[in-house]
Each structure stands twice: as structure tokens, then as C-alpha cells.
Design a binder for this molecule. Structure first.
Ligand code: 5AD
Ligand code: SF4
Length: 467
């Protein structure tokens, strides 16, 4: 997952929005007064949480700086989905060993929630530990630190409130993120999220729709609805909108042209969602539907609440839509008890489904999870081998699927320039398209691009300019 990368570039290069990775927020020029540095690891929800944290700090008079060495307040918004992600934070914290009384070091997010006050023992120079469910308390925690408190924590996960703030500093110029449901009530055996983000809490539909209208006023036409299990959304307001009804309502907000949502759990993925996509062109042609394994036996060990066949029924439903919908997934290899035969079933699932993208990971044991009780049966080396085989198989599938698009024309929302003096953007199906044109100043525009070449991870084309 590499080193921190610029938010804008990362937004262009990442496929599945909830893919954990590190991001560093781009900075504004430092001015006098208190300064903060914020580095984010993890999924799109963490990234969006950081936009809110930055907004709150800016509203309190802090200035954001580019380098932690220049900052009075250094914050890491952390991820603990796999051990490697969690370790990265401790290596960042190691940099401040010994501490500096003038500088406040804080750990936000999933490692903060998971480790709690133990962080103070491991890194005594840390002063602030706060999980995502407690971000509403951040201004108060900061005030306590400013008043001279040595250590403060925000670690409740049972709060009814989702973190709503008027101070969100948005990093992506053309795509705005909104959290519609926090936490997770599932209990997948490998997953730390229910422990780090707490139980499910949905946000009232009116509040979501008001934010979407506000985003249109700010100039956004693409929004992405976020939740660890986004389609478990249950409107707590008297309107009681289902997730599919909420999608339809967001799609109908004047000025909204693209609506994305992630991540969907197969168990809660109902045909009404596909019907909504059929009925509303603004709902994008993309569903991210993590399968995790192609073996019903492993799915049961993972406590995923569906079988291979039930998953394939969901896929058939997506494939029955009136327009082609791109399907992407997440897969874990080497889960405890995964045999060579189970792994083979994951490979045949790839062949059967023909995903347009897949994020795959070696199983990593996490604190508190049920899988810790299962003996690890797949050696690290074999996990690595399976990962390579799987990625190679998927790469071939993607290459073939993308080549089939050559000659077709797609609408692309332009969000940057690529290295080769081309423009770059995404289709509704979330494919990255690099393209040439004789036009200038295309940033933020929707253009038609005819595909001329295809790689496994992106397409190349040329703009079709209406005569
Ligand atoms: N080990 C490896 N991968 C994991 N994921 C979640 N927990 C683990 C774990 N303990 C993967 C899943 C999930 C994605 C975000 O991360 O595939 O969908
Ligand atoms: Fe990482 Fe999961 Fe937390 Fe996102 S919710 S930051 S993926 S542990």
C-alpha cells in the first residue's frame, strides 16, 4: 500500500473506494498561529473522516502544514484492517520518540479505537487518542489539550450520533463523499471493523439529502455514499427510506449527475438496488460486492452469511440490469482452514463472475476477531503464492474485458492530467480512462471518449468532439 501519496493522484489511481491505503492531505500555506499536520491511512471512510477533522481544526483557527516537523499538532488517522496497516502507525509514532513538549501527537481512527489507552504505554509522548465514533468530541478534547491537559481520549463506540459537521474541508475537487451509515453489525470472523467503528448507526435521509443539495451548490455533480456496509442503511427518520429509495432520492437531486455507493454486503444486496440503478441513470454503472472467498465452506468459517450460490444469485441480478454494470470485489486468501481445493473454488469463481476489478489480500489475524480462535493452517509463503496466482488470473480477465471495450464511447468525468500529457478521468463504471484531445481546460467536465487501447487497469482513448 506504499507511502503516503497525494490525495488527488490517489483519487485517480485507486479502484475500490474502501481499499485501505495511506494518504497525506495536501496542505495550505502555513501562516502564523497554531498549525496541524494530518496523515490518513485506510479506507475512503477514514479519508472522509479526515476531511471533517481538517474542517473542524481549520474552523478553530489552526492552519494545515505540509510537514509534521512544522506542526504544533500532528495527527495520524489510522487503519487497523491488517497488521501491516496498524504497524505503519507505530513506525510513524516512533519518529517522535522522546517527545517534544511543544508538539501534540494524536492518534485518531481505528488503531486509536482498538488500542485505546495502551497507546500511551507504547508511545508515552502521545497526548490524544480518539476513535471515529467520538470525533464529535474533538473540539472539546482539543480545548482540554490547549488548557494544558497531558492526555485525553475519546473512545466511546456506542454513540447514537454520526459525525456531522458543517466544517468539512473537501479534498477531492469533483467527487464528494458522504457517510450515510457508520459502524457494522455483521461479525465476519476476520474483521476488526465492528470493534473499531462500533455498531451500525444510519443517518436520517433528510440530513443526507440536505448535504447533497449543499454539495451541488458547491459545484459537485458526483457524490459517493459511504458505509462499511452501506446497503444495510436504515433511515432512522419517520420517512423510513430503504437504501434503494435513498439512492433514488439522491439521484433525483437537481444537479446530481453521478451517484456512487460503497461498500455493499452481499447479504443485504437486494434486487431493488438494481431496479433503482435501472430507473435512475445518475446511479453509476458500478457495484463493489466483496465476496472474500469462492468456497462455501470458507465463507461459513468466515461467517459471511451467504453461500457461493447465493452470492452468484446476486451477481446474476446485477448482470440482468438494463445496462452493463461493472462488478468489483475483495478477496482474502489463506483464511484459516482454506485448503487448496477451497482456493481453487475462488479461482473458478473469478472465471464465472468475470469481475472488472478485484482487491486481494493475504489473511492477517486481527485482535478481538473470531478467526483468532482458528488455527492458522496456511503458511505465509503459501498465502503469497495463492495471492500471486489469483492476481495473475484476475489480471488476464480484466485485460480481456477491457479489450472488449475498444471502439466504444463512454462519458468521462475529467479529474486530472496524466503523466503522458493526456487527460484522465473516470467512466460511470469507475474505469480510469487516459485520453488525448485538442481541447483545453477540461478539468471537471464530462466528455465523450472513444476507447482505442486497453490495459488491465485502465483504458486509453480520444475525445469525441461533436461537430
Ligand atoms: N486480513 C486480510 N484482509 C482483510 N480484510 C478485512 N479484514 C482482513 C484481514 N483480517 C479485507 C477484506 C475487506 C477489505 C477491505 O479488506 O477483503 O473487504
Ligand atoms: Fe481500516 Fe476498516 Fe478502519 Fe477503514 S474501517 S480505516 S478499512 S480498519
Amino acid at each position: 500500500m506504499g507511502d503516503p501519496i497525494d490525495v488527488r493522484l490517489d483519487a485517480l489511481s485507486s479502484g475500490a473506494p474502501l481499499r485501505p491505503e495511506a494518504r497525506r492531505h495536501t496542505a495550505v500555506a502555513p501562516r502564523n498561529g497554531r498549525t496541524f499536520y494530518l496523515e490518513t491511512f485506510g479506507c475512503q471512510m477514514n479519508f472522509h473522516d479526515s476531511e471533517k477533522v481538517a474542517g473542524v481544526l481549520l474552523s478553530r483557527g489552526y492552519q494545515q502544514v505540509d510537514s509534521p516537523d512544522e506542526a504544533d499538532l500532528v495527527l495520524y488517522n489510522t487503519c487497523s484492517i491488517r497488521e501491516k496497516a496498524a504497524q505503519k502507525v507505530f513506525s510513524r509514532l516512533g519518529h517522535w520518540r522522546g517527545g517534544n513538549a511543544q508538539r501534540i501527537i494524536g492518534v485518531l481512527g481505528c488503531v486509536g479505537q482498538q488500542e485505546g489507552e495502551a497507546i500511551f504505554e507504547r508511545a508515552p509522548w502521545v497526548s490524544l487518542v480518539c476513535g471515529s465514533a467520538s470525533y464529535r468530541k474533538l473540539p472539546q478534547l482539543l480545548a482540554e489539550l490547549e488548557a494544558g491537559h497531558r492526555r485525553v481520549t475519546g473512545l466511546d463506540t456506542d454513540t447514537e450520533e454520526t459525525f456531522e459537521t458543517e466544517f468539512t474541508r473537501r479534498d477531492h475537487p469533483f467527487r464528494a463523499y458522504l457517510t450515510i451509515i457508520e459502524g457494522c453489525d455483521k461479525s465476519c470472523a476476520y474483521c476488526v471493523v465492528p470493534f473499531t467503528r462500533g455498531p451500525e448507526r444510519s443517518r436520517a435521509s433528510d440530513s443526507i439529502l440536505a448535504e447533497v443539495r449543499g454539495l451541488v451548490e458547491l459545484g459537485y455533480s458526483e457524490v459517493q455514499l459511504l458505509g462499511q456496509n452501506v446497503n444495510a442503511y436504515r433511515d432512522p427518520s419517520p420517512k423510513r427510506l430503504s437504501f434503494a429509495e435513498l439512492l433514488a432520492a439522491v439521484a433525483q437531486v437537481a444537479g446530481i449527475r453521478r451517484v456512487r455507493f460503497t461498500t455493499s454486503h452481499p447479504r443485504d444486496f437486494h434486487p431493488e438496488i438494481v431496479q433503482a440503478i435501472d430507473a435512475h441513470p445518475a446511479l453509476c454503472d458500478h457495484v463493489h460486492l466483496p465476496v472474500q472467498s469462492g468456497s462455501t465452506r470458507v465463507l461459513s468459517l468466515m461467517r459471511r452469511e451467504y453461500t457461493r450460490d447465493q452470492y452468484l444469485e446476486r451477481v446474476a441480478c446485477v448482470r440482468s440490469a438494463h445496462r452493463p454494470i461493472s462488478l468489483t470485489t475483495d478477496i482474502i486468501v489463506g483464511f484459516p482452514g482454506e485448503t487448496a481445493q477451497d482456493f481453487e473454488e475462488t479461482l473458478t469463481l473469478l472465471d464465472e463472475v468475470q469481475y472488472d476489478g478485484a482487491f486481494s489480500f493475504k489473511f492477517s489475524p486481527r485482535p478481538n476477531t473470531a478467526a483468532l480462535a482458528l488455527p492458522e493452517t496456511v503458511p505465509e509463503e503459501e498465502k503469497g503464492r495463492r495471492l500471486t496466482v489469483l492476481q495473475e488470473r484476475q489480471r488476464t480477465i480484466q485485460q480481456r474485458r477491457n479489450e472488449a471495450l475498444i471502439g466504444q464511447t463512454f462519458e468521462v468525468l475529467v479529474d486530472g492530467r496524466s503523466r503522458l500529457e493526456q487527460w484522465v478521468g473516470r467512466t460511470s463504471s469507475n474505469r480510469v480512462v487516459n485520453f488525448t484531445t485538442r481541447r483545453e481546460n477540461l478539468l471537471g467536465e464530462y466528455v465523450q471518449v472513444r476507447i482505442t487501447r486497453a490495459g488491465p487497469h485502465s483504458l486509453v482513448g480520444e475525445q469525441v468532439i461533436p461537430s
